[in-house]
Design a protein around this ligand. Structure first.
Ligand code: ADP
Ligand code: MN
Ligand code: MN
Ligand code: MN
Length: 369
């Protein structure tokens, strides 16, 4: 398709020219087109990949986007001879990097016959969330994503003495001050990017290990939780890339007397949120206890290095729960106990867990089994 000889000057906002890369990046783009960044989970199942596509229309709903494809042999997702992987658009958000009408799109990966790839955990999760019993319970999730920031050259936590250690944990959690905090601008830039994108980010805080941070995404209903979590991780990677800092989602980035990183998953169903919900919460906790090992297997690689029973964790081998107990597998908050309804917190998932897997397994265990 050619546009002929004409050029529609009115299709871009006024532009007075650019003399640097930074200024070029801020130039207006044609109003009639949308740049969509297609995002997917790669063969590691922990990292995202993405590529951009121009769509010559305005996009307001994900159904307006067509499928696309990529070379799966370069992402650990296909062999060399038959390498085409299909991207299926599933959820769109505003793009804080390009701004304007431009979008980020979370995608599923399938083969040319429409079968989900092995790395596509979203397909199975969506199926669970489409079950009428699960749908009827409107499961809500609030996920607390903890992460550590590392210096890109040394792979050592940001702001730590070179080849050495800061003073012991205690002064750093939710702290202020240059002797206690590093990377706040990254945490805050990410907070804003999530808000702009349209994610249900509910807060952020400095964590117990210096240069460790947390943000929470939620409450989100059903599959939306996984979609928003993956987009939030993508945003974090992009922002850290700009800052030349490495994000670590390792469950225990520094061995020894340093807190690991988790992804506490706060969860409720319609029955738990309604009057008398505490009975439903207790029943669900009972089911989680029965399937403890099945859940542990799905809660992230290397979680055994984190769930030691120390550093605000429960032991990986035994299930426990308690009100206001941060050393338990599952915690019920004081508000929930007082009100007799509310939500629970599954403290077992590791920072590198797949939110599609964790959220859908919790729904399956507590609602379908
Ligand atoms: P913590 O006290 O463990 O640090 P946070 O405040 O970091 O907890 O995170 C709690 C998360 O739980 C937030 O994302 C919040 O939106 C979410 N949340 C609140 N109410 C519910 C609910 N009824 N069901 C599920 N998640 C909820
Ligand atoms: Mn928290
Ligand atoms: Mn935390
Ligand atoms: Mn928590």
């Amino acid at each position: 398709m050619t546009k002929g000889n004409g050029i529609a000057m009115e299709d871009v906002k006024e532009h007075t020219g650019a003399t640097s890369v930074e200024e070029l990046l801020k130039m207006p783009t044609p109003l009639s087109s949308t740049v969509v960044e297609y995002i997917w989970i790669d063969g590691t199942m922990e990292n995202c990949r993405s590529k951009a596509r121009v769509v010559t229309k305005r996009v307001t709903s994900v159904d307006q986007l067509s499928k696309w494809n990529f070379d799966g042999s370069s992402t650990g997702q296909a062999g060399g001879e038959d390498s085409e992987v299909i991207l299926v658009p599933k959820a769109i958000y505003r793009d804080p990097f390009r701004g304007g009408q431009h979008l980020l799109c979370m995608c599923e990966c399938e083969d040319p016959f429409g079968n989900a790839l092995k790395t596509n955990s979203r397909r199975a999760a969506a199926k669970i969330f489409e079950d009428p019993k699960v749908k009827g319970e409107e499961p809500w999730y609030g996920i607390e994503q903890e992460y550590a920031l590392l210096d890109a050259k040394t792979n050592w936590p940001l702001g730590w003495p070179e080849q050495g250690f800061p003073g012991p944990q205690g002064p750093y959690y939710c702290a202020v001050g240059a002797n206690k905090i590093s990377g706040r601008e990254i945490c805050d830039a990410h907070f804003k990017a999530c808000l702009y994108a349209g994610l249900n980010i509910s807060g952020t805080n400095g964590e117990v290990m210096p240069s460790q941070w947390e943000y929470q995404i939620g409450p989100c209903t059903g599959i939306e939780s996984g979609d928003q979590m993956w987009i939030s991780r993508y945003l974090l990677e992009r922002i850290c890339e700009m800052a030349g800092v490495v994000v670590s989602l390792d469950p225990k980035p520094i061995p020894g007397d340093w807190n690991g990183s988790g992804a506490h998953t706060n969860y409720s169903t319609k029955s738990m949120r309604a009057d008398g919900g505490m009975a439903h919460i207790k029943k669900a906790i009972g089911k989680l206890e029965e399937k403890h090992m099945e859940h542990i297997k799905a809660y992230g690689e290397g979680n055994e290095r984190r769930l030691t029973g120390a550093h605000e964790t429960a032991s990986i081998d035994a299930f426990s729960w308690g009100v206001a107990n941060r050393g338990a597998s599952v915690r019920v908050g004081r508000d929930t106990e007082r009100d007799g309804k509310g939500y629970m917190e599954d403290r077992r998932p590791a920072s590198n867990m797949d939110p599609y897997v964790v959220t859908s397994l919790i729904a399956k265990t507590t609602i379908l089994s």
